[in-house]
Write a protein that binds this ligand. Structure first.
Ligand SMILES: C[C@H](O)[C@H](O)[C@@H](O)C(=O)CO
Ligand SMILES: [Mn+2]
Length: 425
């Protein structure tokens, strides 16, 4: 970066610092807090949720869908890690990478999901260590012949159920080992696609079976410094429009009663329902919460996350609950219609911008007006605070973290596409 550019960024930052100081916000302190926040970058954006299994036939049986055919998706661990590194070099801060079980590396051998162990993730763990990254984990209960009849952990077929319970147990074991080795807690999130396209006659039976399967998976206890377990609900999916076994109510109860963390995915609720309002309710009863940051357009479409009202409300609510040390933030979108690295960087930068904006908000002044009953003044302040010069603080954060300022990251990604991605035929 040229000296003149640095001076300009610093100058803008000092001006912004003065403005925020008028509202008792110390921007240096906010930047220190920012540097401690790790978000989780989902590996599956890099290959459209395909994975590396020998028999991989793309995303199937999961009620989720990656659309688009942008060329050059990563085809193996080396390419995927190279792409993630490229993305991370454009994202300020030290973060985590979120893996799914289908990203096991098995030396060309077929290893079924009920046989995987931590050694199949050796390259990921060594790479994470070298790069100072944390890893999160997810069992993969979809894109498999044993998921094709629509039910996995809630299946009435004992053989199917046993297979998936074993998968769930092995994934927890793997997540525990990862957390232990990296010395960074690993979030292990369970999402299953189970449900039915049309109206079921019996809803409760599958839910009782799911409860039993989860009890069995969670019967092994691990040290929470290594692994924290979570369960993710959903409203509906493709092929499970009428009934989803793991609904919000199901998992909210399960999580609260079993010392398991709940996961709220922004795309997994009714389109007009915001998860921001749910955070304080969950945290009244539970210690932690996992959020999947996604963007649904009319349905759970998993569009790339942008700095929109939903994302801002989410971040502001976490901050207003003083809960950045309780809420785990993981990205979850998959767009195959644009450059996949751009997708990661856009989504991650938007999420970090929302977090920064929330930390810069003078919440204490809003509370002061609220506590006096001055609701007009509270609304007026909320509006004024929206246009405080956060961008100057953002640029300083990017400069401190040695990543490109403003739009300058875009050309570097285009270049990488020309040199590396376009050659993947
Ligand atoms: C691939 C992820 O596990 C998946 O996206 C899940 O988290 C989900 O949101 C399914 O709709
Ligand atoms: Mn999700």
């Amino acid at each position: 970066m040229y000296e003149a550019e640095k001076d300009k960024i610093l100058n803008d930052y000092y001006n912004a610092k003065e403005i925020y100081a008028k509202f008792d916000i110390d921007t240096d302190e906010v930047l220190d807090k920012m540097k401690k926040i790790r978000i989780s970058l989902h590996c599956w954006q890099g290959d459209d949720v395909t994975g590396f299994e020998k028999s991989a036939n793309g995303l199937s049986g999961g009620g989720i869908l990656a659309t688009g055919n942008w060329p050059g998706r990563a085809r193996n661990g080396e390419e995927l890690r190279q792409d993630i590194e490229k993305a991370l070099s454009r994202i300020p801060g030290k973060h985590k990478v979120n893996l799914h079980a289908i990203y096991a590396e098995t030396n060309g051998e077929f290893v079924d999901r009920d046989e995987i162990n931590v050694e199949h993730f050796r390259k990921w763990v060594d790479w994470a260590k070298e790069n100072g990254l944390g890893l999160d984990f997810n069992p993969t209960f979809f894109s498999h012949p044993k998921a094709n009849d629509g039910y996995t952990l809630s299946s009435k077929d004992e053989n199917i159920r046993k297979f998936w319970i074993e998968h769930g147990k092995r994934c927890r074991e793997i997540a525990n080992e990862i957390g232990k080795e990296l010395k960074i807690q690993c979030v292990n999130n369970i999402w299953i696609p189970d449900g039915s396209k049309d109206l079921p006659a019996n809803r409760i039976e599958h839910r009782k079976i799911l409860k039993e399967s989860l009890d069995e998976i969670f019967s092994v206890k691990y040290d929470k410094t290594n692994i924290i377990d979570s369960v993710e609900s959903k409203l509906f999916g493709i092929g499970s429009e009428s009934y989803v076994v793991g609904s919000h109510e199901f998992y909210m109860n399960y999580a609260s009663r079993n010392d398991v963390m709940l996961c709220l995915d922004m795309g997994h609720f009714h389109p007009t329902e915001s998860i921001a309002d749910k955070i304080s309710s969950i945290l009244t009863f539970d210690d932690n919460l996992l959020v999947h940051v996604s963007r649904g357009v009319r349905w759970d479409s998993d569009h790339v996350v942008i700095l929109n009202e939903d994302l801002l409300s989410l971040a502001k609510e976490i901050r207003r609950c003083n809960a950045y040390d309780k809420v785990y933030i993981a990205l979850d979108f998959f767009d195959a219609s644009i450059n996949r690295i751009m997708a990661w960087v856009i989504g991650a930068r938007a999420t970090l911008k929302a977090i920064l904006i929330s930390l810069l908000e003078p919440v204490h002044l809003l509370l002061e007006e609220e506590n006096k009953g001055n609701f007009g003044a509270r609304l007026a302040l909320m509006e004024e605070f929206k246009t405080l010069p956060f961008y100057s603080v953002w640029n300083k954060y990017c400069m401190d973290e040695n990543v490109p300022i403003g739009t300058s990251w875009i050309d570097a990604v285009k270049e990488y596409e020309k040199e590396i991605i376009k050659n993947r035929t």
